[in-house]
Design a protein around this ligand. Structure first.
Ligand code: 2HA
Ligand code: ZN
Length: 269
């Protein structure tokens, strides 16, 4: 079957990264059923021929007006689609959309009329905010990492930066590769505008934010980097749990050792 990815290696590489990450999310048990969402701003890979492609869906309303997204293009996971299917067939379980000139509606342009994720308004609001604030970020990933979500069932880990400091202290890499830590958003209805707004507020200080008792929302320059930030945090949660299972509270690296890391790696916090 013909695909928009044919003879477009840069665009195909971006979509293939989404498929690779979707496979990891499934293998890790973080993506049950249709759990999780991925969107990537692919506008930089769009050529004149793509700009001329006709819509293959009706005009759909986003539900919000996002002035910085005029003429932008996104790869979006499809609503109700499974990550494990997307891993093998990214263009049958996701689609490419074009934001129209009113900045409030979109059309699907390829490959098939797969309706984008139910979380599209929140994902697109975040992408709009990246452009508004000049961030180089292009990808957002929402998933349900088991051990990190489990931690949010304990009140002390919901206090500001308690989970961040604990996770950073489990292994030096976590602070190096998730240097802004884990933001926490108190439980809010999935898909709601409140959740989208709270997410954008927390993304001012963190690249990964936790939606209490639900999952994480991570952003970065590409989908692999966003996945890596979640993965290092969850690795720390696993080390914490392994220590607890061995019957002791882990000591964690000292504050001095973590400060030393920040200086050596030139970290922001
Ligand atoms: O779309 O995980 O929170 C599936 C979800 C929504
Ligand atoms: Zn979810």
């Amino acid at each position: 079957m013909k695909s928009i990815l044919d003879n477009r290696p840069a665009l195909a590489a971006e979509v293939n990264k989404v498929a690779e990450v979707a496979g990891y999310l499934w293998q890790k048990g973080w993506a049950e059923r249709n759990g999780g969402n991925i969107t990537v701003n692919i506008t930089e890979h769009v050529d004149e021929e793509i700009k001329a492609l006709p819509a293959i869906s009706e005009v759909k309303q986003i539900g919000v007006t996002l002035p910085n997204l005029k003429g932008c293009y996104f790869y979006c996971k499809g609503t109700n689609k499974r990550m494990r299917d997307l891993a093998r067939w990214p263009m049958q379980n996701g689609s490419i959309i074009r934001i129209l000139d009113d900045c409030a509606s979109y059309v699907i342009i390829a490959d098939e009329p797969v309706m984008p994720t139910s979380e599209l308004p929140s994902h697109l609001s975040v992408h709009n905010w990246f452009i508004e604030t000049g961030k180089p970020y292009k990808a957002s990933v929402h998933t349900h990492p088991i051990e990190l979500v489990a931690m949010t069932h304990c009140k002390k880990f919901l206090e500001k930066d308690v989970a961040t400091n604990l996770l950073w202290s489990m292994i030096p890499e976590t602070k190096a590769f998730c240097p802004r830590g884990l933001g926490i958003i108190p439980y809010t209805l999935p898909g709601s505008n409140e959740l989208a707004e709270a997410t954008i507020r927390e993304l001012g200080d963190y690249d990964v934010v936790m939606w209490e008792k639900h999952g994480v929302f991570a952003v970065d320059t590409d989908v692999m980097a966003a996945f890596d930030q979640i993965d290092v945090l969850n690795k720390s949660a696993l080390i914490y749990i392994a220590s607890k299972n061995m019957g002791f509270e882990p000591d964690g690296m000292s504050q001095e050792q973590m400060r030393e890391m920040s200086v050596a790696f030139n970290l922001p916090k």
